[in-house]
Design a protein. Structure first.
Length: 365
């Protein structure tokens, strides 16, 4: 009845022809469960340390309304008329300084994490496929999801590699995966990890990396934990990111057995003229030096993989600011990258999230 009515508003030639020699199978075989899929997601990176590649990357990144919460009619003319003209040539030499032989540090380390995670989960008896994808740039989330589906993954866990939740990071990953799924007729079952800012494994791996660095190089006067910044209005609108960062810092400090006065927390990577989370990292480094602190170590707990924000902004620009203000010793403690303790902690997180799906043993490894 519906199809007979439908033909009056849609030409009959577009309706499907009834099957003649290929009737539906009345006793189809059960579909194979297939392996579980894990999609590791990081922010993204240019394809090369060149102005054109950086411009393409920034155009995608800074066009996301979750990232820049300014009305489109105000922001897009600024982005295309000013930012994308001026920023890429300035950023190109900064990217070139930290570029690895295999490519962008963020991509190299994220791929190593994916490979190590797959090995760890396999050793635990899990039939899992792990793919790395970038929210902006390449490899895209669409390509990573397509590879998982090509491997037969009907159940996919998305793991944004952001320990602390923010709408401008984790939420936009959820948005994009949802948009990709919306294009599919046969959608996979999807799960998402929201945050792991005080997960015992993550905190243990982070504190362990700091302690191992100190065992090898000695302990400084101050430990500075620098998190990526966020506009204050984002917090005022209800984003829990600031709280998550402070809870991470406290958990690490307590795991290391440090007194509150031995640790400082700051926020980096400010963009634009709006007021962001304070104190800002570079001015704090200068202020510590002026106060007589001569030795400082900096760690960035919000970055699970080293990138331009850690290797250039902190390890180079932060160092210059501290030494210029009178400090004598500045050391950057690397991100977790593919540290075995972090990979085990990540596998624990993933295994917990996979519980209830066929082939996933209950509990942590």
């Amino acid at each position: 009845m519906f199809l007979r009515s439908f033909k009056y508003i849609w030409p009959e030639r577009f309706l499907p022809e009834p099957a003649q020699d290929d009737p539906f199978d009345t006793d189809p075989p059960l579909a194979a469960a297939g392996p579980l899929g894990v999609l590791l997601v990081n922010l993204g990176t240019p394809d090369a340390p060149t102005a054109p590649a950086i411009r393409r990357y920034l155009a995608e990144f800074l066009s996301d309304p979750r990232v820049i919460e300014i009305p489109r009619y105000l922001w897009l003319p600024i982005l295309h008329g000013l930012v994308l003209r001026m920023r890429p040539p300035k950023l190109a030499p900064r990217y070139a300084q930290i570029w690895m032989q295999e490519g962008s540090p963020l991509l190299v380390h994220t791929r190593r994490q994916a490979q190590a995670l797959a090995g760890e989960l396999g050793a635990r008896g899990l039939a899992v496929r792990v793919e790395a994808g970038m929210r902006y740039g390449n490899p895209s989330l669409a390509d990573a999801l397509a590879r998982l589906r090509a491997d037969g993954c009907e159940r996919i866990l998305t793991v944004p590699l952001y320990p602390q939740y923010s709408a401008s990071t984790t939420a936009t990953v959820v948005d994009q995966v949802g948009r990709e799924a919306a294009r599919l007729r046969n959608q996979p079952e999807l799960r998402f990890l929201k945050r792991f800012h005080v997960d015992p494994g993550y905190i243990g791996a982070l504190a362990g990396s700091i302690q191992a660095y100190w065992d090898a190089h000695g302990r400084p006067q101050k430990l500075l934990m620098s998190f990526h910044g966020l506009p204050r209005y984002s917090i005022e609108l209800g984003d829990p990111y600031y709280r998550d960062c402070l809870q991470t810092a406290r958990a690490v400090r307590e795991r290391l057995g440090l007194a509150p006065e031995q640790v400082e927390v700051s926020f980096q990577s400010r963009f634009g003229t709006a007021r962001w989370l304070e104190p800002y990292t570079e001015p704090m480094l200068a202020e510590l030096a002026r106060q007589g602190v001569t030795e400082v170590d900096v760690v960035c707990p919000g970055f699970t993989a080293d990138c331009i924000e850690t290797l250039e902004e902190i390890a180079q620009e932060g160092r210059e600011a501290f030494l210029r203000a009178g400090g004598r010793q500045f050391r950057y403690i690397p991100a977790l990258n593919d540290d075995p303790a972090w990979i085990r902690a990540l596998a624990d997180l993933v295994q917990t999230q996979l519980q209830g799906w066929a082939g996933a043993p209950a509990g942590r490894g």
